[in-house]
Design a protein around this ligand. Structure first.
Ligand SMILES: C=CC1=C(C)c2cc3[nH]c(cc4nc(cc5[nH]c(cc1n2)c(C)c5CCC(=O)O)C(CCC(=O)O)=C4C)c(C)c3C=C
Ligand SMILES: [Fe+2]
Ligand SMILES: [Fe+2]
Length: 354
């Protein structure tokens, strides 16, 4: 029988040289897959519609019975929202790369993580999106073809929610279902109370405030909301957010009035977690507070919800109601502090594998 020698290959090491007609077997590696929410491919109506249709068809995101939700989704939402949301994305679009900031930051986080893990020669890092591109299945396929027989998958959400963390896990496991040779997998848990994360947030706040010529009277930790009903049915997201703020307050040595928790980005007619960020900003200004800062601890990267809704809309609301000084503190993004968090979580989960 013809044989080829592949000294690097798993098969060669296990049972000797590989027969020529053997399916290719790559050198074994450990994969690290970063996954964020997702983003449209463009701001045009077609791209927006495709993205929103995938996002808003997710049963983890909208729990209403399909018979009730789909007529609203396909009859109203997908005929109106793509244009409206596209115009908002247009305001924050990264024109140089022709992509959204979320995609730019996620790619950069993966590249910087790969550099940080360069001491681990058999670890490869890649990134994907839960909705839109690159899809989890396509990246997983690339990783397994490159030899990853163990994968650490990291949903990039500090606070757990079924609407985010769980649906990323669902999509990841759905892709595994289709595989003959399935890698061993680990998923990175929520890290809302990890000291490295709290410390990174505190440092980024302190550094930002040191650049200002005013001292905010109130600092708002603004998290993405979820419907109140999801919380009542057991989603721990609200508790995770409250704990992050409490630990951060303790780390910064601030009192309860100085650092408050709010929830933004309501969608639909239901009641969402409260207090709402926009209403709080409005009330603070109306009550005579002149200087505030807002930051978004639940967002690993700046995106539509932070750059447009907070740095854009919330600032306008504050000024319209009599506020004077408003500052948005950027997310941890791909900065040194943010990368330290991602690297620490990944190194911990690689334990015994790398
Ligand atoms: C019922 C709808 C939604 C739930 C629940 C929800 C939860 C949720 N989302 C994030 C993080 C992000 N959401 C982003 C955009 C976005 N979110 C919704 C709806 C729900 N989110 C929509 C319809 C959109 C698209 C934009 C729009 O049309 O308004 C983003 C930004 C993505 C980007 O490309 O910049 C992020 C990030 C969290 C953390 C969360 C629950 C905890
Ligand atoms: Fe959202
Ligand atoms: Fe709680």
């Amino acid at each position: 029988m013809n044989v080829t020698t592949h000294p690097d290959m798993l098969h060669a090491r296990a049972i000797g040289p590989l027969p020529a007609d053997h399916p290719p077997v790559a050198r074994p590696r450990v994969g690290v897959l970063l996954v964020n929410l997702g983003t449209p491919d463009g701001t045009d109506k077609t791209s927006m519609r495709r993205y929103l249709a995938e996002f808003l068809s997710d049963r983890r995101v909208i729990e209403w019975p399909r018979a009730l939700w789909y007529p609203i989704l396909y009859g109203i939402v997908l005929n109106t929202r793509p244009k409206k949301s596209g115009a908002l994305y247009d305001k924050i679009w990264n024109r140089e790369k022709n992509e959204s900031p979320l995609r730019t930051f996620t790619r950069s986080q993966a590249e910087k993580l790969a550099d940080a893990l360069s001491d681990q020669s058999h670890v490869m890092v890649d990134w994907a999106m839960r909705y839109g591109n690159p899809s989890i299945a396509s990246v997983l396929d690339r990783m397994t073809k490159a030899g990853c027989d163990r994968i650490v998958m990291f949903p990039l959400y500090p606070q757990y929610s079924a609407t985010t963390t769980a649906t990323v896990n669902d999509k990841f496991f759905e892709a595994l279902v289709a595989m003959r040779w399935m890698p061993a997998v680990r998923t990175v848990p929520a890290y809302h109370d990890e000291p490295v994360y709290i410390d990174a947030l505190a440092r980024s706040i302190e550094k930002h405030l040191a650049t200002l010529d005013f001292e905010p009277e109130v600092v708002i930790a603004s998290y993405h909301g979820i419907p109140q009903s999801y919380f009542k049915r057991g989603d721990p997201y609200h508790c995770h957010c409250q704990k992050t703020t409490r630990l951060l307050r303790e780390r910064l040595g601030w009192d309860k009035g100085k650092l408050i928790t709010c929830f933004q980005s309501r969608f639909g007619p239901e009641e969402w977690l409260q207090p709402y960020t926009d209403k709080t900003v409005e009330k603070l200004a109306a009550d005579g507070v002149k200087s505030i800062a807002v930051f978004n601890p639940g967002f690993v990267s700046d995106c539509l919800e932070t750059l447009e809704e907070i740095a854009g809309e919330a600032e306008e609301i504050f000024h319209e109601h009599g506020g004077k000084n408003f500052t948005h503190i950027p997310c941890l993004n791909d900065g040194e502090d943010g990368m330290a968090v991602i690297e620490a979580m990944v190194r911990r989960e690689l334990g015994g594998w790398a």
